[in-house]
Structures are given as structure tokens and as C-alpha cells.
Design a protein around this ligand. Structure first.
Ligand SMILES: [Zn+2]
Length: 465
């Protein structure tokens, strides 16, 4: 039996993760991500891929982030009929994320039609809500740490990877005619010693390894998040102002709530209300409460429910959200989108950017061209709802809340292996990051067979096993 791999995305980029693993005649797609970011990457979502989707036997997901899952509805639209295997928390997150993604795709198509910038007269979304509804019933929940038989002789197991709720590293075991082989996909790896998510599961052996390299060659900034939050909040409240935090709904918002609760308990910030003003962030927070056995603050073990502090208010309706504009007195507003490209954060910025006493506090990466990036670069006028809004409030940032292992943490995870895999593929990273990690692996671990694959490249992993 032969085993092959084909890279359909996530190779020398951080998005579009899709890896086609062929074991004899069985074809399984590992992750099914959307390309995001620069246009030359996004067009790949629309391009034909050299794979017959209806001939794929199964899709296995590491986690719910759209760069690993957001292509699924398109896959079903293109004829795929098989199952999606993932952890239960991933499955629940997928429903929230894919529906939001369909909504954004539909809005973008309508916008393109209105503005006439598409080369199509009637631009269509990549997928719509019907495609998402066709996708969701095919999801099968697989428990952590148990081998699931995909087909006779091929099983897969899910192991906690930290990162976000439900995220897993995937270990495939293949029983060949003559030999048994293991293939490990790291998935996105989380960080060590985090308050919420566990450390990524260590592994000692595998025959083939696929490791992510998002932060290859880079380190997360030092600095205590609690101290950073305390400073900006106290500085702002002493002026009588409010702190607006644009935040990603999944992972980042829950981390923020953890630190804010700690600050309230320490009595180091004023007792002011915190409004979580994002329906998606609220739904995701409920999942963190429901699946608390997957993170470190398990209430069954006596830990308090950190998301239920009396100062926390979850704003569901649009009316309540808009009413926050009229609020007098200091408060903290956490809202999405994290890069200020859309969502409820826009009306908060529209009303608060010109107020000297308020602050906008960024806690996540801001891509070039976004309002978030422009505010951080010091622009004094920002266009919102077609109007130029003057910026007089304080703009600040803290970039130490990443959910990804950095360079040293990736090496720490790799150092658990007792011997070098037969072959290691560096995936899910910009080229420079992948090169930096590959170099470090060769030099510090002395592993020789390290490969940085390119888009659409394929490799024989085993022959005649
Ligand atoms: Zn991720």
C-alpha cells in the first residue's frame, strides 16, 4: 500500500489549510480552510482544485478557525457527500463560525454588485446559508484521546493542542500489509502556562510530522497582560473615560474576561461595568462555559465560573448595543470585529473616537489596510459609515495574547520527540516563518529531513507498506 500527501493550502501561507492524505485508495482531507488575506490568496477559494471532491472519503478537522474549516460549505456545494470528523466543541463552534462566514460572503456579494467591482454582472457568494445547512448534518463528534476507525486499517485520534476550545493535534495510525505507520498533524499549537487553555499535548514518536509554523522565527512580547490592562483602564477611568476593546470573538474575548475578572478581584481597577457587545462572542463564551472540562477553569473541580462576574453584562440586542452610546460614566466595551472591519465595534468607534477621555485598546493583530491598522498607525481621521471621524481618544495596544505557540514554544513542543520523524513538513506559516522554523529544527534538533512544501505539491510518504 502507498501513502501520499498533497498540499491544497496552508503551504507557505497561514490560511487555506487543506491537506489531502491518500492511504491506498482511501482519501481523507485534513482541515478544509478558507484562504484569507491578500487577493492572490483569496482567489484560490474560487479556483478549481485538482481533486475530485466527490471522491474524497472523509474530512478530519484540527479545529474550528475558518482558515482550517471555512471552505467546508464550498466543498459540499462542489459535490462532496462524506462526513466531517472533529471534536464536539469544534462541531459547536463550527455552527457559529460557518453561519457567520456565510453571512459575510453574502454581504460581500451584495456589496460587489452594488459597487460594480466584480467582473460578474451578478456576483454570487462563495457559499450561502443553505450550503452551511447542508454541511452541518455531516459532522461527526469524536472524543479526545480515543482511536476512531475511519476505515479498516486507518484510525485517527484527537489530542488537546491548547490554542482554542476543542483544538486538536491529529495522530493517524495506518496498518499496512507489512508495517504500521504513524502520521501526526500538529494543528495550530497553543502556548504554555496559559490561564485558560491547557499546554499542547506532547508526543514522543511519529513516522511523519506536519507542524504549523505561524510564529516561526518570532517571539511573543514579554509583559504581564494584567499589568497592561490595569494601566490603560486606570489611566482612562481617571479621565472619566471608557475603554473600547475591539476583540476577536473566539478565544481572545474569553481571555480578556479572565484578566478583567482577576483585576476586579484584586481591587486594582474601579468597579465599572464590562459590556460584551458581540452576539458571536457571547455564543462562543457560552461554549467555553459548557465545555469547561476542556480548559483549565473547570467548575466541577471547584473553580468559579469566570464568565459570570457581576460586572459582566452580555449585550444581545441591537437596541441595548446602541444604548451604550448614550451611557454616562466609565465602562469597558468589548466588541467585534477585532480589526474594526465591520460589526458593532463600528458604532462604538463612530461615537467615541473623537472623545479625548476615552481609549481604544487593541489586543490582537491588525492587518494592513484595516481601520484597526490605520488607528494604530496614528491616522487622525477614520472613515466610518461614509463619514470622516476625527480621532482624539487615546489609542493603545497589547500584543501578548496570541493563541499560537511562538518560535521557542514550537521548539519546546518538538523537543519531546525521542527521535527524529522520517520526514517533517513545515506548514501553515508565511515562507519566512517556515524557513526560520526549519532552520532551527535542523540546527538545534539535528533533524535532517525537513521540507517546506509549496501549494499543490505532492509527496510519496510510504511505498509498499
Ligand atoms: Zn487556529
Amino acid at each position: 500500500m502507498d501513502v501520499r500527501i498533497k498540499f491544497l493550502g496552508g503551504a507557505q501561507t497561514v490560511t487555506g489549510s487543506k491537506f489531502l492524505l491518500e492511504v491506498g485508495s482511501y482519501k481523507v482531507m485534513v482541515d478544509c480552510g478558507l484562504f484569507q488575506g491578500p487577493k492572490e490568496h483569496r482567489v484560490r477559494n474560487w479556483e478549481w482544485l485538482p481533486v475530485d471532491f466527490f471522491k474524497i472519503d472523509g474530512v478530519v478537522l484540527t479545529h474550528a478557525h475558518l482558515d482550517h474549516s471555512g471552505y467546508l460549505p464550498r466543498l459540499y456545494r462542489s459535490g462532496y457527500q462524506g462526513s466531517i470528523y472533529c471534536t464536539q466543541a469544534t462541531a459547536e463552534l463550527l455552527e457559529i463560525l460557518l453561519k457567520d462566514s456565510a453571512k459575510l460572503n453574502i454581504e460581500e456579494a451584495i456589496f460587489a454588485r452594488k459597487k460594480g467591482y466584480s467582473r460578474h454582472q451578478f456576483p454570487r457568494p462563495l457559499y450561502d446559508m443553505d450550503d452551511v445547512n447542508d454541511t452541518l448534518p455531516h459532522i461527526k463528534n469524536i472524543p479526545f484521546d480515543e482511536a476512531y476507525i475511519l476505515q479498516a486499517g486507518i484510525n485517527v485520534s484527537f489530542h488537546k493542542a491548547g490554542h482554542i476550545l476543542g483544538a486538536a493535534s491529529l495522530m493517524f495510525q495506518i496498518e499496512g500489509d507489512h508495517q504500521r505507520k504513524r502520521i501526526l498533524f500538529s494543528g495550530d499549537l497553543g502556548r504554555y502556562n496559559q490561564p485558560l487553555m491547557p499546554d499542547p499535548t506532547p508526543f514522543e514518536e511519529t513516522d511523519i510530522l506536519f507542524i504549523e509554523s505561524t510564529y516561526g522565527g518570532r517571539s511573543h512580547p514579554d509583559g504581564d497582560p494584567k499589568e497592561a490592562f490595569k494601566e490603560i483602564i486606570n489611566r482612562t477611568t481617571s479621565r472619566g473615560g471608557s475603554v473600547i476593546i475591539p476583540s476577536f470573538a473566539l478565544g481572545r474575548t474569553q481571555n480578556l474576561l479572565y484578566y478583567l475578572r482577576e483585576l476586579f478581584l484584586d481591587n486594582t481597577i474601579d468597579d465599572i461595568p464590562v459590556f460584551v457587545d458581540s452576539p458571536m462572542a457571547i455564543n462562543v463564551t457560552h461554549l467555553y462555559q459548557e465545555y469547561d472540562h476542556l480548559h483549565k477553569l473547570n467548575t466541577e473541580e471547584g473553580a468559579p465560573d469566570i464568565f459570570s462576574h457581576p460586572n459582566f453584562h452580555y449585550v444581545t440586542s441591537q437596541t441595548e448595543s446602541t444604548a451604550l452610546n448614550e451611557r454616562k460614566g466609565p465602562c469597558i466595551i468589548i466588541s467585534a470585529s477585532g480589526m474594526c472591519t465591520g460589526g458593532r465595534i463600528l458604532h462604538h468607534l463612530y461615537h467615541r473616537l473623537s472623545r479625548e477621555q476615552d481609549s481604544v485598546f487593541f489586543v490582537g493583530y491588525q492587518a494592513q489596510g484595516t481601520r484597526g491598522h490605520r488607528l494604530l498607525s496614528g491616522e487622525k481621521k477614520i472613515k466610518i459609515f461614509g463619514e470622516q471621524v476625527e480621532v482624539h481618544c487615546e489609542i493603545a495596544e497589547f500584543q501578548g495574547l496570541s493563541a499560537h505557540a511562538d518560535h521557542n514554544e514550537l521548539l519546546r513542543w518538538l523537543s519531546n520527540f525521542k527521535k527524529a520523524p522520517k520526514q517533517t513538513f513545515i506548514i501553515h506559516g508565511e515562507r519566512d516563518s517556515s524557513v526560520a522554523l526549519a532552520t532551527a529544527i535542523r540546527e538545534t534538533l539535528n533533524w535532517s529531513n525537513v521540507t517546506i512544501p509549496s501549494f499543490l505539491q505532492s509527496f510519496h510518504l510510504f511505498e509498499g507498506i
